[in-house]
Design a protein around this ligand. Structure first.
Ligand SMILES: [Zn+2]
Length: 189
């Protein structure tokens, strides 16, 4: 398959894919099938692969939440109070449902990360990086900062079958063309 961006050719790859997620940091997704342009390095993921990536990301995020002390979290009622909305509005809120406030399960209750609720109140986005890049040299720090600005996963919710006919054929673009190509590794490389 030809690349519509550069005229290169998409090569089939299989193996571990390493991405830098803006919020959870470096993430390795095992056994992913994907296509990658041999010239501009753009990725194409099937819906199945995109789902694998999203699931791995959600697992990593939840592990990070579960490793925090329970005192860092507040109840749904307290979160709703802080945001000046009813509990029902909190549960129905589209952005909150989509993960714009970090939350986790404590027993059978959903609890909200207090810091994230406050951030959401201020910016309508309570997400923030949960990882610290390795700071060995100034150079490394700068490079990693650039990498974490936008990720493949960040671009995902924008896609729909309507606007991307590739979705119907089972393959669609996940690479945000505004960003630098993401690191991707496979055994084939
Ligand atoms: Zn290309």
């Amino acid at each position: 398959m030809k690349c519509h961006e550069c005229g290169g050719t998409y090569i089939e790859k299989a193996g571990d894919l390493e991405i830098d997620d803006k919020y959870v940091g470096p993430l390795t997704i095992g056994a992913v099938d994907y296509l990658r342009c041999n010239r501009c390095r753009e990725y194409l993921f099937s819906l199945k692969a995109a789902t694998q990536i999203e699931e791995a990301r959600e697992r990593a995020l939840d592990q990070m939440m579960q490793s925090k002390p329970i005192s860092a979290f507040i109840s749904a009622a307290a979160a709703a109070d802080l945001l000046g909305m009813s509990r029902q509005a909190l549960h129905k809120h589209r952005r909150i449902r989509r993960g714009f406030i970090f939350k986790t399960q404590f027993g059978d209750k959903t609890v909200y990360l207090r810091e994230s609720v406050l951030l959401f109140k201020a910016n309508s986005d309570g997400r923030f990086p949960l990882w610290k890049p390795v700071e060995s040299t100034k150079y490394t720090k700068q490079v990693q900062y650039t990498r974490e600005r936008e990720t493949v996963l960040d671009a995902m919710p924008q896609f729909s079958g309507e606007s991307f006919p590739e979705l119907r054929s089972g393959v669609f673009y996940i690479q945000n063309t505004r960003t630098a190509p993401l690191r991707g590794y496979s055994h084939a490389q």
